[in-house]
Design a protein around this ligand. Structure first.
Ligand code: SF4
Ligand code: SF4
Length: 72
């Protein structure tokens, strides 16, 4: 199961989560959401390396990230 779920319509591409991630797993990509904001992304390798610390979710001003802490 994915550890990081990004709500594409809430993300505004501010990059705060990318700065906060201690593992540097998040980055602003090229894909735009409906409002025209570039979306933050995490790839499959990043999903596996994620330590579920939730710093990204806590810093997001738009509550666009959910962290799944279970291992299943
Ligand atoms: S902090 Fe939130 S709004 Fe900003 S880039 Fe990350 S997910 Fe998007
Ligand atoms: S939960 Fe922690 S390690 Fe995982 S993406 Fe967010 S800040 Fe990075």
């Amino acid at each position: 199961m994915k550890k990081i779920l990004i709500d594409e319509e809430f993300c505004k591409g501010c990059g705060l989560c990318a700065e906060a991630c201690p593992k540097k797993l998040l980055k602003i990509g090229r894909k735009l959401n409906k409002q025209g904001y570039p979306l933050v992304e995490i790839d499959e390798a990043g999903q596996e390396k994620c330590i579920s610390c939730a710093l990204c979710a806590r810093i997001c001003p738009d509550v666009a990230i959910k962290v799944n802490k279970s291992d299943d």
